[in-house]
Design a protein around this ligand. Structure first.
Ligand code: GLV
Ligand code: MN
Ligand code: MN
Length: 413
């Protein structure tokens, strides 16, 4: 079968493992999530890899090198999703490397490096607000405080882990041999329109934007919608609404800047049409290409939220769920990926572009050199949306370019 078609068929098959029958949502440790992990493990075995699962549910396939004692090239991405997301986000970066290993294995080719493909169990953090939990655990930097996070039904992460057969006490130390790593490479759908607009199938990532995520809680005073005079109210929802608009306004300043701010989650506790809201929670996601822009914006945003809370007589509390610095992709890995893309596509220098989205590569950059290959995103470049799409031709191009990269890969001396 055409290798691109096969990758797309596998994306579709994995996409059927969803928490919801109506749309694609696969969150950490649900039955659908665990079913996807089993299928990925089988695909890895079929491709000729030895498979293990780490203490947080990441699936790791290993394809040995030509000789013992060789370094390891790590590749991968995540198999969880956002709610009502796109099926390619993450999964493509698992299936493309698996397709490459299957080809090497079918031809009996061994490389000067071992290959490990990792399918990270939780990157989006949609269920427990735990961004990049799995890549942190993989490198031995799991944050134990996240075990106390609860999902929307009040289930503690630690309990969900136990129910799924994972023992939180066993999360200890890295699940790959960090000293042997030659580099980490992640293939990912671009999630934006740049490659699409320029008519290019692939690109090479230069850097990944910084970002923070907070959960905010506004506590006002609930009361009867018909009896409490307007000047006497401490309406938590009206306060949150003003805060949300303030976030948008600040992040729109400097329209050419990479700064973006999003409130994607709003929850009114016991929300009822004839009751003044007493408690509201909302998320804040702020990102920028550079740390300075991000830190100035977040300082301004949180000062403004405090001022709104004070003026309205509501209490504002916040907790940080995610905080990542901007990450440059390593020069030599970028250059090797670019050379492989150029040999595969022809037509001159590879397009290099920054990533506004976050990726597991940001965490891996703490322990090894990293690079990323972007694959053109169809449907106007939309992502975190069910319309997200990749063509079979582009999936084949990604597989061919990654295979070229692998066959010519030599660890840095
Ligand atoms: C990951 O999808 C992100 O939020 O950037
Ligand atoms: Mn995503
Ligand atoms: Mn992703």
């Amino acid at each position: 079968m055409n290798p691109g078609r096969e990758i797309l068929d596998r994306v579709a098959a994995l996409g059927r493992h969803s928490d919801s029958p109506d749309h694609y949502t696969r969150t950490y440790l649900t039955p659908a999530h665990q079913a996807a992990a089993r299928d990925i493990a089988q695909l890895m075995r079929d491709a000729g890899m030895q498979v293990r699962t780490d203490a947080v549910g990441s699936v790791i396939g290993r394809y040995e090198a030509r000789s013992q004692g060789a370094k390891t090239l790590l590749m991968g991405s995540h198999y969880d999703s956002v709610r009502n997301g796109g099926k390619y986000d993450g999964v493509l970066g698992i299936l493309v490397p698996i397709a490459c290993v299957a080809e090497l294995s079918a031809r009996g080719e061994r490389l000067p490096v071992a290959i490990e493909v990792v399918a990270f169990s939780d990157e989006e953090g949609a269920r427990f607000q735990t961004g990049m939990l799995a890549s942190r655990a993989l490198i031995g930097r799991f944050e134990r405080s996240t075990l106390e996070h609860r999902d929307a039904d009040g289930v503690r992460l630690a309990d969900a882990m136990r129910d799924a057969g994972f023992d939180p006490a066993k999360i200890d130390g890295p699940s790959v041999d960090l000293a042997s790593l030659a580099a980490y490479v992640e293939v990912h759908i671009e999630q934006g329109p740049v490659l699409l607009e320029e008519g290019r199938a692939l690109g090479v990532v230069t850097s990944i934007a910084a970002g923070i995520r907070n959960t905010m809680k506004v506590t006002g005073e609930s009361g009867h919608a018909g009896t409490v005079p307007m000047p006497m109210r401490h309406d938590a929802l009206a306060a949150a609404a003003e805060m949300i608009v303030a976030i948008e306004k600040r992040c729109k300043q400097g329209s050419t800047s990479s700064l973006v701010g999003t409130v994607g989650m709003l929850e009114v506790k016991n929300g009822t049409g004839n009751v003044i809201a007493g408690e509201v929670k909302f998320s804040v996601d702020i990102r920028a290409a550079d740390a300075q822009t991000l830190s100035t914006a977040q300082r301004d945003v949180f000062a403004e939220l405090d001022a709104i809370a004070k003026r309205r007589g509501v209490k504002l509390e916040g907790s940080r769920t995610h905080d990542v610095k901007p990450v440059p992709c390593t020069g030599w890995v970028q250059d090797r990926l670019a050379a492989a893309v150029e040999r595969t596509l022809g037509g001159g220098p590879a397009r290099r572009l920054p990533s506004g989205a976050g990726h597991d590569a940001m965490i891996l950059a703490e322990v090894t050199d990293v690079g990323m290959m972007f694959v053109r995103c169809g449907a106007g470049g939309v992502s975190h949306n069910p319309a997200e799409t990749v063509t079979a031709e582009d999936a084949a191009a990604a597989r061919n370019a990654l295979l070229d990269f692998l066959r010519t890969f030599e660890p840095k001396a």
